[in-house]
Ligand binder design. Sequence first.
Ligand code: FDA
Length: 301
Amino acid sequence: MALKDVFLQLSENRALNKAAQKYGLRLGAQNVVAGTTVDEVMSTIHTLNAQGIACTVDNLGEFVFEKEQAIAAKQQILAVIERIHTEQADAHISLKPSQLGQDIDEEFCYENLYDIVARAHEYDIFVNFDMENYARLASSFRLVTRLGEHFDNVGTVIQAYFLEAMDNIEQYKHLRLRIVKGAYKESPEVAYTSKQDIDANYIKLIEYHLLHGKFTSIATHDHHVIEHVKRFVAEHQIPYDKFEFQMLYGFRKDLQLALVREGYQFCTYLPFGEDWYGYFMRRLAERPQNVTLVTKQIFTK
Ligand code: FDA
C-alpha cells in the first residue's frame, strides 16, 4: 500500500483520533495547527496580519455524530467570529458542513450554518464552506445554494480531481470560490486519479474562474501553478483585487511572504482546535516529505 493511502487510512481512524485529542498537539502537528484555543488562534492571526497575510480560520472537528458536538462546534465558530469582529482582524471563517451536523441530518446542519452565516453577515465576515469527500458533495452544494439565496458572504471550494468540477464551477461562478486539487481518496468513477490529469484540470478551472467568476482563491503550494497564474493574470490584465493565493499554515512560509512582497493578496488557512489528528494525517498523505515534520520533532527532543 502506498504511504499516501496509509496516512489517509490513519486519518479515518476514530480510536487514534480520540487518543490524540487527549494529549494536545503532538508529532509535529504544532507546526501546522495554530493552537488548541480561540486565544491561541487569535494571537497567530494578529502576527500574520502584521506580516500582510490575511487568514481563514478553521475550527477543527471530525466524526461528529451527536447533535451536542455540532452545537458545541457552532458555539466555538461564533466565538471566533465575535473575536474577529471586536479585534478588527483581517480574517474570515472556513468550516466543514460535516462538523455542523451534515452526517446527522441535513436540515439540522442547515440551521447551524444559517446561524453562523447570519452572524458573520452582520459583521461583513466571509464564510467559506470547505468541501470534503464525494459522498458529501451533493449535500454540501445544496447547503451552499440555500444559504447563498439569503446571504452574499458565502462561498465554497471546487476540487479539481472531480470529473464534474467544471460543471460545478460553471454553476457556482457567481460565488467567491477557492479552487484546490482535492485531498480525499476518491474512486476513478468520479475523480481523475493521475497527477497529470488533476493538474491539467486544475489549471483549466482556475483560468475559467479568473475570467468569468466573482473572486478566485487559488489554494496550492505548487509553485508551477502559482507561476502559471502570475503569467495568466498579467496576460489577461486581471486586477489583483479579483483573486488571492492561499496556502495552509506552516507550509512554504518563504513563498507565502514572497507573494505578499510581490503585491499579491495572500491568505493563510489557519486550523486550530483539539481535533487536529485527521487534518494532520491528510497533510502527511498529500506530501510524504512532510513526515520530516514528525521525525524532526521526535529526534530533536
Ligand atoms: P501538490 O501536493 O500537488 O504538490 C505539487 C508540487 O508542489 C510538489 O510536487 C512540490 O514540487 C511542490 N510542493 C508542494 N508542497 C510543498 C511544500 N510543502 N514544500 C515544498 N514544495 C512543495 N482539499 C479539499 O479536498 N477540500 C478543501 O476544502 C481544501 N481546502 C484547502 C485550502 C487551502 C488553503 C489549501 C492550500 C488546500 C486545501 N485543500 C483542500 C487541499 C488540496 O486539495 C490539496 O490536497 C493540497 O493543497 C495539496 O496540493 P497542492 O496543490 O498544494 O500541491
